[in-house]
Write a protein that binds this ligand. Structure first.
Ligand code: 2HA
Ligand code: ZN
Length: 270
C-alpha cells in the first residue's frame, strides 16, 4: 500500500484547507469540505475491507451507497489540517441507503464527520444529477459575502446581478448565478435538503448571515468559484455607499456571453 498522505487527493485537500484558512474564510472550526473519491484511487492506499468504525449519518441517500468521501471533521480547525491530517480528516464509504458511513481512515481522536454532513451529501446527490463529474462540495464563511447578506436583498436574481456587475469575469465564472437561502438553522437535514434543492440550478449557494456553499469537479474549480464571488462582494462593499457613475451594463454582459461562449441564467439579463 502506498502512503495515503502522498495521495494527490490528500495533498490537494491539505493545500486547500490551508489556503482557505489563510484567506480568512475558515475561522476556528468554520467551514467543511467533502471530496468524492473513486474506489480505484482509494484502493492504492487503503484496504477497503478494513472498517475502523461504522457511524450513523442521520439521513437517507441511497444514490451514495458505495461512494467514498474524504471529509473534514466536526469541530476541527482548517488551520490544523496540515499538521495532523489523520485527526482532522476522515475517509468514509456510505452504505445502507446512505444511513451509515464506514470509516476507513482518519478521525483518529474518535472524531466524526462535519456537522454539515447532511448538506454535503445531499448536495453531492443533487450535483451528480446535473453533472456526473462533480466531486466537491465546499462550505466556508468569507467575510465580504457574509456582509453583503446583511445589506442587500436576498432575491437571487438581484443578488446575482449585483455580483455580476462587480467584476467583468463574474458572469463568465458563474453564468448560472448564485442561489440564496435565507438564514436557517445549520447542521440540520432541513438546511441540507434546502441547499441540495438550490444546488440543482447553481454551483454556488449563499446561506444568509452564515456563509456560502460551492460545488465543482475539483478543488481548484470550487475554490475559484467562491474566490470570484467573494471578490465581487468585496468590491460591492467598497462602492455600495458611493454614488455609482459607471457599471457593467446588460448589453456588455451580452458581449461577454458571445465572447466566452457562455449563457447567463435565463431571465437574469434584460
Ligand atoms: O462549524 O461552518 O456551518 C462548521 C460550520 C457549520
Ligand atoms: Zn458554516
Amino acid at each position: 500500500m502506498k502512503n495515503i498522505l502522498n495521495a494527490p487527493f490528500m495533498v490537494e485537500m491539505i493545500r486547500t484547507t490551508t489556503n482557505m484558512y489563510a484567506h480568512g474564510w475558515d475561522e476556528r472550526n468554520g467551514g467543511n469540505i467533502s471530496v468524492m473519491l473513486e474506489e480505484k484511487d482509494v484502493a492504492e492506499y487503503l484496504d477497503s475491507d478494513c472498517v475502523l468504525r461504522t457511524i450513523p449519518t442521520g439521513f437517507t441517500a441511497p444514490e451514495l451507497d458505495g461512494r467514498y468521501f474524504l471529509v473534514t471533521g466536526t469541530g476541527k480547525y482548517f488551520k490544523n489540517v496540515q499538521y495532523a491530517p489523520d485527526v482532522n480528516l476522515g475517509i468514509l464509504r456510505l452504505k445502507d441507503k446512505g444511513q451509515q458511513a464506514d470509516l476507513l481512515w482518519g478521525y483518529t481522536d474518535g472524531g466524526l464527520f462535519t456537522s454539515e454532513f447532511p448538506a454535503h451529501m445531499m448536495s453531492h446527490v443533487a450535483r451528480l444529477k446535473v453533472n456526473p463529474e462533480n466531486r466537491i462540495v465546499m462550505h466556508c464563511h468569507p467575510a465580504n459575502l457574509l456582509a453583503v447578506t446583511y445589506v442587500h436583498t436576498l432575491d437571487e436574481r438581484e443578488f446575482t446581478r449585483t455580483l455580476w456587475q462587480m467584476c467583468t469575469e463574474c458572469i463568465v465564472v458563474f453564468p448560472e448565478g448564485v442561489n440564496v437561502l435565507p438564514w436557517m438553522l445549520c447542521g440540520t437535514n432541513e438546511i441540507g435538503m434546502a441547499t441540495a434543492e438550490k444546488m440543482l440550478t447553481a454551483r454556488l449557494v449563499v446561506w444568509g448571515q452564515h456563509g456560502i456553499y460551492g460545488a465543482g469537479k475539483d478543488l481548484d474549480e470550487t475554490f475559484g468559484l467562491i474566490e470570484t464571488a467573494e471578490k465581487a462582494a468585496e468590491i460591492y462593499l467598497k462602492i455600495a455607499h458611493l454614488p455609482r457613475i459607471n457599471t457593467i451594463t446588460d448589453e456588455q454582459m451580452h458581449l461577454l456571453e458571445k465572447r466566452f461562449g457562455i449563457k447567463g441564467r435565463e431571465g437574469y439579463l434584460d
